[in-house]
Each structure stands twice: as C-alpha cells, then as structure tokens.
Design a protein around this ligand. Structure first.
Ligand SMILES: [Fe+2]
Ligand SMILES: [Fe+2]
Length: 468
C-alpha cells in the first residue's frame, strides 16, 4: 500500500475550526478546540495560510500539492494530515451519485420488463413474502422445494445477495414491490462499501429470471440419484460426487454449445469471445470466494489448505483477461458490460456456499476446476478451426498451471480434512453439487443461445439485450 499523502485526496481542505494566536510567534489550532501548539517566526503569515486552506477551492492547495518544495507550510500541512485535520471535500462516489445510478438501473429494469409479457402479480407478492422472511430460509430449504426452476433460482439469488451484496436485496425487493402494485419510493438503499453498478448487474439477473419464470423450462435431465444412507468420510464423498458428476454428464443432452465451438458456423467468433469473457468473469470472482471459507474457525490443517488454495489462485484471472484482450475486449468493456445471468448465478451460489455450506463448497469446487483427467474443452475446441490458434495461450497456461497445482483434486484434498460426515450433511453437499453442475452447464449453453441462435455480440450492456 502507499501511505495516505496529500496527493491521495481529490479535493482536500483543513478541518480547523479553532485558530488562536497565543503570543508573538505562537498559535494554537484544532478541529474545534486547541489540539496543537505551533511556533513560527512567520506566525501571522502561517495563520493566514491555514485560514485559506480551510477552503477546498483555495489556490494555495494546488501549489502545495504540485510543488514538492518543503518549507514550513508544507511540513505543517503534512502534520495536519497525520493527525487527521485534512479532510476530503469531493468524495469520488457521492451518495447522490450512487442513488442516481440505482434509480437509472431501476428504470432500466422496469423498461426491460415492459419488453416482456411479465405481469404475474401473484408471483411477485409470493416472492416479496419470501424476501421479507429471508432469515428463515436457506439454500437447503430452497433446494428441497419443487416447482418452477426459475422461481427457485430467484429465491436462491436473494439468499446469495444477503451474503454477497446486501443492498441488492433492497433494490430487488423494491422491484418486486413495484410489480406487486406497491411502489416503495421511501426506503433508502444502504450501500455500505458496495458499488451501485453491482446492484445494476444483480437487477439484470432478477429481470431475466422473472421473464424466464413465465416460460416453460424445456431442460429435463433424468439424473441418476446418489444413494447416501450411511456415515462416510469427506474424501469418499468427494470421490463419489466426482463419479456422480461424470454419470450426470452422460445423461445431459449433447451440448449444442460444444458443437458450435468446434465448428465453423455463423456466430462462432462472438461465441468464443463471450466464452472467454465468461471464463474471465468466473475466474475473477472464483479467487475471492475462497476467502469466506478461510475466515471461518476451521481445523488448522484445513485452514492452512484453504489459505494455500487462495494463494495459488490469486492473480489467475489475469490469464483469462489476457486472452480476452487478445480477442479485442478491453478490461473496461468487460467490467462495464452485464455478465450473463447464469454466469452471475454460478458465482453468487459458490460464494454463498463458501460462507454457509463449507462441505458443499469444497465438494463443488471441482466443477469449475475440472475433474482429474478432464481437458478444458473451451481451450481445446475454440483453438480448432481458428486462424490464430495461439490466441488463448495464456488461458492454456492457466490450464496447465491448474493441473500442476493439482486443483482437479481440490475437493478430495479439502474434504479429506473434514473427517466423517452424517447422511444429511452429505445429501446437502450432493444437492448443491447437482445444482452447481447443472447451472454451470446452463451457463455455457446459454452462450450458444445468445450468440449463435440470437446472434448477439460477444459482450452486452443493457438488461434488454438478455431479454428474449
Ligand atoms: Fe486458477
Ligand atoms: Fe485452480
């Protein structure tokens, strides 16, 4: 970190309400009472300068910050900085600015919903009821529910946002209130440390899910059940889930996404770019979401492994970012665009699990890391039939580093440290594993729908773009 110098302020001013000359060559200053005694040969001139510097628009600030000449004034102001008498008059993200981003996002969400035929007031009221009682629900309870899968996803995202982005719960609730016929213009959003732009991304997911909840989900997988009827060790659970995952993949319909990625048909270029944009988004968040697991009171060996896992992952998002750049996408474009709804859902659920369901989180980590012996199909298929097959060389580096670090064994490595698990605990992990496996497949197949079927560009900026 850099120290907090005067240059770190956007527009500083002196918060000095008390200035009193005591005698010749001596004066006292402080925020509201005397805190510092200053001696100076040029006492009167120094007092005058201090008075000027209480104004953030004073010309003296510029000369003070831009010229690195030391001197009495500079020393004094640097001392004021140390003791906290220099303050900021122009914070980068004002509350007004944040509220304006949020109200624009709400307007955009309402506008995008108008493009759909969504008018399910009954569902909005039921979801509002769920959000009002969020503290009584959990991913466990929602996974045990049946019915419309998109309604369950809506419940899951609210549970996730309560962990990953609390103000998104408030704005999501406001949208549901609007759809229920009670427009809440009164309650305010408490942003805490969150950026208002993230709320917009969350609203985009909600709008998309609400629209989807009105359509029939054509995806049906006849998933073989995993029989769990006795206490078993964590490592055995990890191994069983790996094998179960492979069985599941056999049951899933052939991937249209993979066929398009391997082919030469229209939309392939956008599909490849969108795939790496999604890979970057997931990798960028995957690093951080290990942290909630680390922060818990785990057994020493497990904590050490989780810390090591974090350190081994840190910086890996740059491999994917470089590939995105090679495909013509800038970092700013990637961060100002709206990530795909399923991509966001996958990351939010992982984060929730890393905070609330550790066994399930470690069990499911290999879904993103890849299973032992599996190749990275994105790297493999996107490079075939490509004029510049080395465009993804940094992603390939990431892939081989992943192998070298043994990350395909991460579930076994972590769960070997948790000892035996009861039947219910194993069942919860299996349910979460199935959910993430399915969401992960949906996330990639969604790219096929967006970029090949609907011929959308690689990255998208408006909530409307995702409404089909
Ligand atoms: Fe990695
Ligand atoms: Fe990894």
């Amino acid at each position: 970190m850099d120290s907090w110098s005067l240059e770190a302020f956007k527009k500083p001013y002196l918060k000095v309400g008390y200035i009193e000359k005591i005698e010749a060559g001596v004066f006292e200053v402080g925020e509201s009472i005397s805190e510092l005694v200053i001696e100076s040969q040029a006492c009167d001139a120094l007092i005058e300068t201090v008075q000027h510097l209480r104004d953030p628009d004073s010309e003296k600030w510029r000369s003070l910050i831009e010229s690195d000449v030391g001197g009495e004034v500079s020393d004094l102001v640097n001392h004021f900085n140390e003791v906290g008498l220099v303050r900021e008059s122009s914070p980068e993200h004002t509350l007004g600015g944040k509220n304006s981003i949020t109200s624009d996002s709400m307007a955009e969400a309402k506008d995008a919903l108008q493009k759909t035929s969504f008018d399910d007031r009954k569902l909005s009221i039921a979801l509002l009821e769920f959000v009002n009682n969020l503290h009584t629900a959990s991913v466990r309870t929602v996974l045990a529910e049946s019915g419309n899968v998109y309604v369950r996803y809506i419940k899951l995202v609210f549970l996730c946002w309560a962990v990953t982005c609390q103000p998104a719960v408030t704005v999501g609730k406001k949208l549901l209130q609007y759809l229920s016929g009670y427009d809440d213009k009164v309650s305010e959003v408490e942003y805490s440390a969150f950026w208002a732009g993230e709320l917009r991304k969350c609203l985009s997911v909600l709008v998309w899910l609400l629209n989807k909840s009105q359509k029939t989900d054509t995806r049906h997988v006849d998933f073989p059940a995993l029989h769990i009827d006795e206490v078993d060790s964590g490592v055995n659970l990890a191994v069983r889930l790996e094998r179960w995952g492979l069985d599941y993949m056999e049951c899933v319909a052939p991937s249209q996404y993979q066929v398009a990625l391997a082919g030469t048909g229209p939309g392939r270029e956008a599909l490849i770019a969108a795939s790496y944009a999604q890979e970057y988004y997931i990798t960028d968040r995957f690093v951080d979401l290990i942290s909630p697991a680390i922060s818990q009171r785990l057994p020493r060996p497990l904590k050490k492994l989780a810390r090591r896992y974090y350190m081994e992952e840190a910086g890996h998002e740059l491999y994917e970012l470089k590939t995105c750049k090679a495909l013509g996408m800038s970092e700013t474009e990637l961060h100002s665009s709206l990530p795909t709804p399923f991509g966001q859902l996958v990351c939010d659920i992982y984060t929730y699990l890393a905070s609330k369901e550790l066994v399930a989180y470690f069990a499911a980590a290999t879904i993103t890391e890849g299973l032992p012996g599996q190749v990275n199909l994105l790297n493999e298929l996107s490079a075939s039939n490509n004029r510049t097959p080395l465009f993804n060389k940094t992603s390939r580096k990431h892939e081989s580093l992943n192998e070298k670090l043994g990350h395909q064994y991460i579930s076994r490595i972590m769960l070997a440290e948790v000892g035996e698990l009861g039947v219910e605990e194993q069942q919860v992990a299996a349910n979460a594993y199935a959910l993430l496996l399915d969401l992960n497949i949906r996330a990639w197949e969604q790219l096929y729908e967006f970029h090949v079927v609907l011929e959308m560009p690689a990255i998208n900026y408006r909530m409307r773009d995702y409404i089909s």
